[in-house]
Design a protein around this ligand. Structure first.
Ligand code: ADE
Ligand code: ZN
Length: 343
């Protein structure tokens, strides 16, 4: 086993991955055909190429329009978890989905969530991969739409649905717009996270922590511009869910040796590695580990830190978290021994 195989195979918990960003190109094309939706090209993989967040979000929205029936949601969820397991040793994921991208075109919220849950339950039974769900506020929605979405989520909540997050283009729509939606979710017992500082100054992280009540931060790179906030994040053990490839592509750090993750790790922040929108960025959770850890020369000790910080960052209850930690630790121990034997 070489180091690249090792990086692919280490057992991973993933905290930052969007359901709509995991659709296989072939499934995207099939679903478009099934529903008579015309795509700009038959070479669908070419649609998964962009150089800005706006370009990406346009295709993200287009992909979402092809997922309509409960079976479509189930299929995409199942395939997404199968790909994570087969390509990157995925054992557990907390997965985002955007309710309003679907409900705004007339798909019932129950169809969306029940379909995704069908897929993740099948993946649990057949593949041994566990998954929980986080409903995402879409920042380009208005605040009232976000509140209505949270009301829907709270009114129809399978056990798997455990949190509220927020995505979309960050610069034009700051987090304070959605204080009410987050307060409602918190009162309803949901855990809270948000995309922040992917493309906006560090103060957005302070807003997410102090005003919205977020417990994790998705991305978080521009925290590096505020040393006092870095110190606070370190003191509080804040978990960051970072995504090497997606941000390299749309925010311009194409050389991973200069990705802000390097300075976050060096600054002793608790970074986890994630695939964000794997198919839509031509990546997978295994490749994220391979590309970043080889670019930055991270050895098994840092890999173990990434993996165990991800376990700590999950929103599982204590006993499930202990079980996941034991599973991940056992897998790491076995692979470390194999790697040492191969040296
Ligand atoms: N939605 C899905 N992926 C995203 C990303 N990388 N940034 C913002 N919103 C997103
Ligand atoms: Zn994301």
């Amino acid at each position: 086993m070489n180091y690249e195989d090792y990086l692919r195979r280490v057992p991973k918990a993933e905290l930052h991955c969007h359901f709509e960003g995991t659709v296989r190109p072939a499934t995207f094309a099939e679903l478009a055909d099934k529903h008579g939706i015309a795509l700009p090209t038959r070479e669908v993989d070419r649609l998964y190429d962009y150089d800005s967040i706006e370009g990406f979000l346009e295709i993200f929205g287009l992909v979402a329009t092809t997922i309509i029936d409960r079976e479509d949601f189930a299929r995409v969820a199942y395939e997404s978890l199968a790909d994570g397991r087969d390509r990157g040793g995925l054992v557990y994921r907390e997965m985002f989905f955007n309710p309003t991208l679907h409900t705004r075109r007339g798909v019932a919220y129950a169809t969306v969530v029940d379909g995704i849950v069908d897929g993740i339950r099948l993946a649990s039974r057949e593949l041994g991969v566990e998954c929980r769900l986080i409903a995402d506020v879409y920042r380009q929605d208005n605040p009232a739409e976000a509140v209505a979405m949270v009301e829907q989520v709270l009114a129809h909540r399978p056990d798997e649905l455990i949190g509220l997050g927020m995505d979309g283009a960050e610069a034009p729509d700051p987090p304070e717009r959605f204080t009410e939606a987050f307060a409602l979710a918190r009162r309803g017992g949901l855990r809270l996270t948000s995309h922040a500082c992917e493309d906006a100054p560090a103060r957005n992280i302070a807003t997410c922590l102090d005003l919205l009540g977020c417990e994790r931060i998705d991305h978080g790179y521009h925290i590096l511009g505020d040393p006092a906030l870095v110190q606070r994040a370190r003191d509080e053990g804040l978990i960051f869910t970072c995504c090497p490839t997606a941000t390299a592509t749309v925010y311009g750090w194409p050389d991973l040796t200069h990705h802000p993750i390097r300075d976050m790790v060096a600054g002793d922040l608790r970074v986890t590695l994630n695939s964000d929108d794997p198919t839509m960025f031509h990546t997978d959770i295994g490749k994220e580990f391979v590309d970043l850890c080889t670019a930055l020369d991270y050895g098994p000790a840092q890999v173990r830190r990434f993996c165990l910080d991800a376990v700590d960052g999950t929103w599982l209850d204590d006993s499930d978290k202990r079980a996941l930690r034991a599973r991940v630790t056992a897998g790491l121990d076995a692979l470390d021994a194999e790697l040492a034997g191969a040296a």
